[in-house]
Write a protein that binds this ligand. Structure first.
Ligand code: GLA
Length: 756
């Protein structure tokens, strides 16, 4: 939302009189996806009611906008407000620091983490943001805060999703004064939790080939900073958090506040607790090395920070996020195609791709029921290893003498769509692009240019670089009948200089790069609407709601070991939907850890997400091919449930636990799919009884086993109540055992997936 400070007053009057529904009327949880925010002028309170959530904030007597309530949905008649500023507690604890401000400038007596910190050219750094006016525009609520003397205007934008209660917040910062200023820190939002001193925080950490570890720590007075300083999302932390009360919150129970930042550049989410138990979550651009200069009239928009609440535990928090991502974030929304079964030859051939080799693999893949064939790294430029070629997106004629067309035609003729790997943001020194434009990379003049995997980062903030990439990729997609791009990104930033800009404008790179990346993706999608894109970053180092809005799927990890994958995939699902999570069946022993596993274990592990195959199919025996064909066919019958159903994490594989189990339930309750794994069998212990979740209590479900063994005496058919209360026992003996069981509601045709 882009609101000009000048026009908002007038709009406010209109909005207040025409659009604000009287307090006391709660918008019914409408079948529509949006809700209208409401304003109570008597108490100066704004209220968002969506899903099972109420969020309220008010203007206090100091003119400061402060959070009043965020939690379970409340009856409309409940009084919320007026907002009362915290009293000064001592000379060291002024109201400015204690009041839970919605979006605080650093100024006045503020000592807590501000959302915004600004330096004016005249040396003033004091900004106190006070309420000015508001506007409701459909589902958007915009609230204008100002410091008129400093010449700073901030429009806070709010949306609320009726289905999930997830609120989106962002800020639009304007230099409304007469002198230039520099923004040192700009958050998207501050989320103030109800005052309590028993919170704990869950967050995700990782590293290459070991992404998505779930961490838990108590929130105590002090700060926890989750962040990336890498220029992209990164995998060290992911921009997601969940906060629960006490030691009691688990998959099923407990108050949980959770959020995810839609940004693929350097970011930070800072969780502060003060000694009085006030918890604030401040997230947005990473203030580290941040400086964004605004001349009079110029503006900066922050990313959107989404957050939600549930009283039904972390499992429900994940399901709300999954639904929100599927329906509101991903391109195509609720109507998006299901993920096709994919083949990718990276682990089989690495850089040794050529026309005959890829054609042989394509024939094998098609015979297994694969629907999309993807040529990975090595098809372009002088790319025989990772030392050369990046940047030169022209087909290597030694490997593909007649271009890609013969292979693409072959793949299409086999009934599969065709995909290609690209890494557009990078360049090798040994490339024609770098030889022609050594100034196109991030760098500080005269300083070393650090390499990662022998590559440098192109500065997408430069308009010429952006235009070049757009042109090259547009040409690639126009000249070749391509349905899918795997968009990779294999290193962090270093020496992030932008020497073409004046020194005080250079740090805009943190914003401009990512915005241009998004713009390239947006324009490519608009010009080639049938092309799907996967976000990959040497695995899962660029997964966030920002990139997800422009891509159809993500690659969670280069680690394809099916046992390691159980934890990786489990961690991923805390924040992100299985609908986006690609998982390949690859060779055994696995290249990461030499672990040997059965094809059944590998398939069942990968079937928890979007199924892919990445093994060398030329090595497979006829028996292995038959097994694979069976699983691919089976997957097509359950993928709608796996990808778009509700996920229940029944047994956690985190912290190297021996067991893992998940269940996915179709939205209409007609099918449930159970995956269970035993990494290690110890002391002849029985596998835990699995009590299903989310079934229709009264309906009757018949099960069929995809693989594995159920305990003797298990009935063929029983009620949803039975499977949820009594549960099912599986027989697992030994290491690396797996089972897959499908429950079909009697009298219902089973799900058939649709793909493009
Ligand atoms: C990254 C990706 C891999 C593969 C290679 C190719 O590591 O994560 O899947 O595409 O690059 O170089």
């Amino acid at each position: 939302m882009k609101l000009r400070a000048r026009t908002i007053r007038f709009a406010t009057l209109l909005a207040a009189s025409l659009l604000a529904a009287p307090v006391g009327v709660i918008a019914k949880a409408s079948p529509e996806r949006t809700v209208s925010p409401r304003y109570d002028p008597a108490h100066r309170v704004f209220r968002l009611d969506a899903g099972d959530v109420t969020y309220a904030m008010g203007v206090n007597t100091d003119g400061i906008l402060q959070t009043i309530y965020w939690g379970a949905r409340l009856p409309a008649a409940d009084p919320l407000g007026p907002a009362v500023p915290a009293p000064e507690r001592s000379s060291f604890d002024p109201a400015g620091a204690l009041t839970p401000q919605e979006y605080a400038g650093w100024g006045g007596a503020m000592t807590a983490t501000p959302a915004l910190k600004i330096r004016l050219d005249d040396g003033n750094r004091d900004v106190v943001l006070r309420y000015d006016s508001y506007r409701v525009d459909g589902e958007h609520l915009s609230i204008l805060l100002r410091d008129a003397q400093a010449g700073v205007a901030v429009t806070l934008d709010y949306t609320a999703d009726a289905a999930t209660g997830i609120i989106g917040r962002s800020a639009h910062i304007e230099n409304a004064g007469k002198q230039a200023l520099t923004i040192d820190a700009a958050a998207s939002a501050t989320w103030n939790l109800p005052r309590a001193d028993d919170y704990s925080l869950r967050y995700l950490t990782g590293t290459w080939a070991g992404e998505w570890h779930l961490q838990t720590r108590a929130i105590t007075p002090g700060a926890t900073v989750l962040e990336s300083r890498r220029g992209s999302t990164g995998d060290e932390n992911n921009p997601w958090f969940a906060i629960g009360r006490g030691g009691e919150w688990n998959e099923e129970h407990g108050d949980v506040w959770f959020g995810a930042l839609a940004w693929s550049g350097s970011w930070s989410i800072r969780v502060d607790e003060d000694i009085l138990g006030q918890v604030r979550v401040v997230g947005g651009y990473n203030p580290f090395d941040f400086a964004y200069r605004l001349k009079p009239g110029e503006t900066l928009d922050t990313p959107v920070f989404y957050a939600g609440y549930t009283r039904d535990g972390i499992g429900e928090a994940s399901r709300l996020l999954h639904r929100f991502e599927r329906d509101r974030i991903l391109p195509g929304g609720a109507r998006a195609a299901l993920r096709p079964v994919l083949y990718n030859s990276w682990e089989a051939t690495e850089f040794k791709v050529d026309e005959p080799g890829q054609e042989r693999l394509a024939e094998k893949a098609a015979a297994l029921g694969v629907e999309r064939f993807v040529v990975d790294d090595g098809w372009f430029g002088a790319r025989d290893n990772d030392h050369a070629g990046l940047g030169d997106w022209v087909v290597n004629r030694r490997k593909f003498p007649n271009g890609l067309k013969p292979l693409i035609d072959k793949v299409h003729g086999l009934g599969m769509s065709f995909g290609l790997w690209v890494e557009p943001e990078m360049v090798n020194r040994d490339s024609d692009l770098y030889r022609a434009h050594p100034d196109w990379v991030l760098n500080f003049p005269g300083r070393e240019r650090s390499e990662g995997r022998h590559q440098l980062v192109l500065n997408l903030a430069r308009e010429d670089v952006k235009a070049h990439l757009l042109e090259v990729l547009d040409r690639l997609l126009s000249e070749n009948d391509i349905q899918f791009l795997k968009w990779d990104y294999n290193r962090n930033w270093s020496e992030p200089g932008w020497p073409q800009m004046s020194p005080d404008e250079q740090q805009k790179v943190y914003v401009a790069y990512v915005r241009n990346l998004y713009d390239i993706l947006r324009q490519l999608r608009a010009r080639h609407p049938k092309v799907e894109i996967e976000s990959c970053s040497g695995g899962g180092a660029r997964v966030d709601l920002g990139i997800m809005a422009l891509t159809d799927e993500v690659w969670p990890s280069d680690n394809t070991d099916p046992s390691d994958r159980l934890s990786i995939q489990d961690g991923f699902t805390y924040a992100y939907a299985p609908a986006t999570m690609m998982a390949w069946v690859t060779g055994s022993p696995n290249w990461v850890n030499n672990r040997v596993s059965s094809l059944d274990f590998r398939f069942l592990s990968s079937m928890q997400g979007g199924l892919g195959i990445g093994a060398n199919l030329l090595d497979w025996t006829p028996a292995e091919e038959a097994t694979a064909r069976g699983y691919v066919a089976e997957y097509k019958k359950i993928r709608a449930t796996v990808q778009r159903g509700s996920l229940y994490r029944l047994l956690s594989p985190q912290e190297r636990a021996p067991w893992s189990a998940t269940e996915s339930v179709a939205d209409d309750g007609a099918q449930a799919v159970l995956f269970a794994f035993q990494r290690q069998g110890e002391e002849a212990r029985p596998f835990p009884t699995l009590r299903l979740r989310g079934l229709d209590v009264k309906a009757r479900y018949r099960f069929r086993v995809m693989h594995g063994k159920v305990a003797p005496g298990t009935p063929d058919v029983a009620s949803g109540a039975y499977w949820m209360q009594r549960g099912i026992d599986l027989v697992m003996k030994g290491d690396l055992q797996a089972a897959g069981v499908v429950f079909e509601r009697e009298g219902t045709a089973s799900h058939q997936g649709v793909t493009r």
